[in-house]
Every structure is written in C-alpha cells, then in structure tokens.
Ligand binder design. Structure first.
Ligand SMILES: [Mg+2]
Length: 371
C-alpha cells in the first residue's frame, strides 16, 4: 500500500474493496408530503478503498431502511466483480451494466451502481488533489440554491413560520409541498407562505405526485396570483403524456425528473415535451457518469437542469453543467459531516477540498448507526 496522495502523484488507482454504513439521521425539519411523513433520513455511507490507499466516498438517501440494506448488498457484490480493476468509472459502469442486465439496471441496482460511480469519481479527484468540479473541467463556483428542508404538508400558519425560518441561513428561495386533499387548503397555505416571505423570495411548489391531470391544471390556475417559480411532479412520475398535457396548458413552468432512471430516460421525457425544467437525481440518473450524459441531453434541448438531494455531491455536478439551474439544498447529511455546506448570498459553492469534500464525522456516524 502506498501513502494516500492528494498531490496528483498517484497516476492510476485500482479498486480494492468497499465499506458501507447505514445511518439514520434525525431531520431538523420533519417532512410530511402527500406521499409520506419522514422524520429521519436513512443514509448509506460509502467508502471505496483503492489498492493505493486513496478512499473515494459517496452517500445515498435510501428512502426506506430496506432500501439501504438492499443497496448495500448489491454494492458489496458489485465490488466483488470489479476488484483489482482500474478506477475508470465509465468502463466500470459499462462492465457492471452488462453483469446486472438480467436483474435490471434500474431502481435499487441503479442506485447501488451510482453510489459506486460517485465514489470512483471522488477517488480520482482526491488523487488529483482537486475538487470534483475542477476535475470535470469547471471552476468550483457558487450555484443558486433553494432551501428544501421541511415545508411539508402543514397548516397555513405553521408553513408561513417555517418558510421564514428556512430563509434565515441566507437562502432566497424555498420549496413548499402541496397536494392537500382540498384544493382550497393548498391555496390558503401557499398564500400564507407568500405573504410571510414577501414577493422577492423565489417560491417553488412540489406536489409529490398527488394529483390527476385536470386537478393539476385547476390547482395551477388557483396559484397564478402567487408567482410560483415552478410546479413540480403533480402526477405520477411515469405519466409523461400527462405531464406534456399539463406543461402545454400552463404558463408556470413544470419541473420533473427526480425519478428519471438513467440518462436515456431524460431523452424519453424531453422527446415527449413532458416538462419545461428537469431536476436530476445523482443516484437515479447513474452517478457522475449518468449525470454528465443526462445533463448533456437536456442541454441539447435548452432545458435548464436542477438537482435533487445530495447537495454536497450535486453542487459539483451543477458547477460542471452548462445549463445549470438550481441546487436543491437539504441539511440531512450535516449531522454526519465534518464540514457541512454553507450558503452565501443565496448560493452554495462546491467544497474547495480534494474530491467531493465528504469527510465523515466518525463520532456522529457511530452514534447514528442503524442496523
Ligand atoms: Mg420533488
């Protein structure tokens, strides 16, 4: 084993093994959406070991405990298939896509391979001694960010108070979840939030797939006076034709994409004119490698690209995305990181450390370990 290097001295790295840990992080702002109420975030922490001693890191939000366990199982098996292979994420992705073709590279398998891909890219950037954004050819510049903590389905007064609190760290944009059983509750809550934050703050709305096409159009018209920046995932994520219908009927831009599985699905969504904006999820799109392809497809159609979750990772990707739009910020990983992200003037910059800049706070990881 050589000493880990952050000076560019390691010319090639080889995959040795992986360590995964499952932690459950209590959320500062519990999140009640039209789909579920979440009070703690199940995160899977990934440390990819190389023969040369460089560690590549990534983490995933796994939605459910079973997700974290299943993803870890796939990841450990995948590492067994590529042990000794050069740290060359594009080739590794190709190789593993063939090995997992029959099981299907989608859902949990896609997420596991994405976590691996991100950790491989991180190892390369750590070895090169530069932030991932720079390794991808970009500068590590700040990206506009909105605070996506909290603001779940809640009464008008509580939502208004929480929205104001979410701006305190220095954000100028927040996202409100709607999709209450009654349309008039949506309107009441949105009005209260707009009144509380003022006209200059950017306000996005996410329905978490709660509505039907006609209801989505009706509720969008209700909100017209409130200057909503985008309306997100009104209907089931797979109904691309429904989204095309909605996008065509509305002046307010429609945002979808967090459930697009792999870069080829970006092409499918845009070919059907399903949305005005896209947000890519680094795990579902296929890690750094999948993001670069997905974002390029969107760029070819002039569609602005935002990110979904993993802000510490996504901020590097958006910095290297020419059609970059908004970074979705959540504080979930703060509890297990030595140096959480900081917002300045409504924007967040990639960490100026080698790689993604993910350094686990080991004592907090130990404290939050789940089985
Ligand atoms: Mg969403």
């Amino acid at each position: 084993m050589q000493e880990p290097s952050t000076t560019g001295a390691v010319s090639s790295l080889h995959i040795a093994g992986v360590r995964t840990r499952f932690v459950k992080v209590p959320m500062r702002f519990p999140l009640g959406t039209s789909a579920a109420t979440v009070t703690s975030a199940p995160l899977l922490l990934v440390d990819l070991q190389t023969q040369e001693g460089v560690i590549g890191r990534s983490y995933l939000f796994c939605y459910r405990d079973s997700g974290a366990k299943a993803i870890a199982a796939v990841l450990h098996e995948a590492i067994g298939l590529i042990q000794g292979h050069a740290v060359a994420p594009l080739q590794v992705a190709e190789l593993l896509a063939r090995r997992y073709a029959l099981l299907g590279v989608a859902g949990l398998v896609r997420m596991a391979l994405a976590a691996l891909d991100i950790a491989l890219w991180d190892a390369l950037a750590v070895a090169a001694g530069m932030p991932l954004a720079r390794l991808l050819g970009a500068s590590a510049h700040p990206v506009p960010a909105y605070n996506s903590d909290g603001l779940g389905l809640m009464p008008a007064r509580a939502a208004a108070d929480e929205a104001v609190k979410l701006l305190e760290p220095g954000f100028r944009a927040v996202k409100l979840r709607l999709g209450h059983p009654e349309a008039r509750t949506d309107l009441e809550v949105a009005r209260a939030v707009r009144r509380a934050i003022g006209d200059d703050v950017v306000l996005m709305v996410d329905y978490n797939q709660a509505l039907t096409v006609p209801e989505a159009v009706r509720r969008a018209h209700d909100l017209q006076e409130l200057n909503i920046y985008w309306l997100e995932e009104q209907i089931h994520h797979s109904d691309l034709a429904g989204y095309a219908q909605i996008a065509q009927s509305l002046d307010t831009p429609v945002q979808i994409g967090e459930n697009l599985d792999g870069p080829e699905s970006v092409h499918r969504a845009l070919a059907g004119n399903a949305a005005d904006y896209l947000m890519l999820d680094a795990a579902r799109i296929g890690g750094v490698s999948g993001w670069l392809r997905g974002a390029a497809i969107a760029a070819a159609r002039n569609i602005p690209v935002s990110s979904h979750l993993f802000p510490e990772i996504s901020v590097h990707l958006l910095a290297a995305t020419p059609n970059a739009h908004w970074l979705e910020y959540v504080s979930w990983a703060d509890a297990i990181l030595q140096e959480p992200l900081a917002v300045r003037d409504g924007a967040i910059a990639p960490a100026e450390r080698p790689g993604l800049g993910l350094e686990w706070s080991e004592k907090d990881v130990t404290r939050l370990l789940a089985d």
